[in-house]
Design a protein around this ligand. Structure first.
Ligand code: SF4
Length: 368
């Protein structure tokens, strides 16, 4: 560890910051948003909310959360839910491995004879899909265990309070922040402290150039605000550019149904249903050969619009192709789904959103 990093986390610096927790908690008590998982913070409810909130904004999560809890009100219900139902409940939130891991964790608990999440940080960490942040959040909020919970919001707040110029993408820097958060944590109310830090990051200490320092309850303790350069923090090394993939997406419609195909069990969108698609922007000859291979050589075709979808490391640039065969032959790994199936049974990843509206119109049309 170099001298510069050492100097950021010396005990004197943390000690000087310690009194910030009083105004922080007072502010949280008066300003916390009333969110469904805060009303009744059971371990299961907190866990579901924390997993949903990864990568998704609070406002967007609330309706999904309520629907999910109504359908699967407790951990045993999650453990026994059929996979397609689970994915359907998650449809629109993306990153489906999150909910699959939740189910694996629930099944592990049930298999061990439990009906609820374990009440220790280490036991939570041992479950699939539960990393240091989620374990810290569930342990502190639901069980009152004094452990930190450092998500992106908390990292940003701490980086600014401490004016830390280290790269927060580096694991050792993240660990140093977790240690700082643990040292600052109020042991008598760890759940409120962690949530207050998250709330401050989500509503006041906003990312990029938008921190609302004038409204901040801990401004008097903030090194970045004092220096007038809060937007410069946190520092993160630039990400690698995304890989761009061209794809041809087939919207194949016959007899009020659309052809869906199940993806392979590993990799991007593992095991999800999708509109069949292939790498590259295929020529008319190539798409004709593909349709013939699926047993529909006679299908009329028409070009649809372009679409784009960004995954975390990959960008799809899609060209749609409408195909209208006369019948619905069986296709390997495929299923013909009607509008009701799409609404209730099969979750279609949001990558295919550019074609979703047209698809529903086509399925509803007479004589299709
Ligand atoms: S004073 Fe500004 S930069 Fe510092 S914690 Fe508050 S909002 Fe963030």
């Amino acid at each position: 560890m170099n001298d510069r990093r050492k100097s950021l986390f010396v005990p004197e610096k943390i000690d000087a910051l310690r009194p910030f927790s009083a105004p922080l908690l007072a502010w949280y008590g008066a300003n916390a948003r009333r969110l469904p998982w805060r009303v009744l913070p059971t371990p299961y409810r907190v866990w579901v909310s924390e997993i949903m909130l990864q990568q998704t904004r609070v406002e967007a999560v609330v309706p999904y959360y309520e629907r999910f809890l109504a359908a699967l009100p407790d951990l045993p219900a999650l453990a026994r839910a059929p996979e397609d139902r689970l994915l359907k409940l998650w449809e629109g939130l993306g990153y489906y491995s999150r909910v699959r891991n939740m189910q694996k964790a629930a099944q592990a608990v049930v298999l061990a004879g439990g009906t609820n999440l374990p009440g220790s940080y280490e036991a939570l960490r041992a479950l699939p899909g539960i990393g240091p942040y989620t374990a810290g959040a569930v342990a502190s909020i639901a069980f009152g265990i004094p452990v930190p919970a450092v998500d992106g919001n908390v990292l940003r707040v701490l980086a600014r309070l401490l004016a830390c110029r280290e790269d927060i993408a580096l694991p050792q820097v993240k660990r140093a922040f977790e240690q700082a958060a643990a040292a600052l944590l109020l042991r008598e109310c760890p759940g409120d402290f962690n949530q207050a830090m998250m709330e401050l990051g989500a509503t006041v200490c906003l990312p990029n150039a938008a921190p609302r320092c004038a409204d901040c309850p801990v401004r008097a303790f903030c090194a970045a605000a004092r220096a007038g350069n809060a937007p410069d923090y946190p520092y993160k090394s630039p990400k690698k550019p995304r890989v761009v993939e061209e794809r041809t997406v087939f919207v194949v419609v016959a007899e009020h149904t659309v052809l869906l195909r199940r993806r392979a069990g590993k990799g991007l969108l593992a095991g999800m249903w999708e509109l069949p698609n292939l790498a590259g922007w295929l020529s008319a000859e190539e798409t004709g050969a593909v349709l013939a291979g699926w047993g529909m050589p006679e299908a009329e075709t028409r070009a649809l619009g372009d679409g784009k979808h960004i995954f975390s490391h990959i960008e799809w640039r899609m060209k749609g192709l409408l195909a209208l065969p006369h019948a619905c032959p069986p296709v390997e790994d495929g299923v013909w789904a009607n509008a009701a199936d799409l609404a209730e049974r099969y979750a279609l990843p949001s990558a295919f959103r550019p074609y979703a509206r047209l698809l529903l119109e086509l399925l509803a049309r007479d004589g299709m």
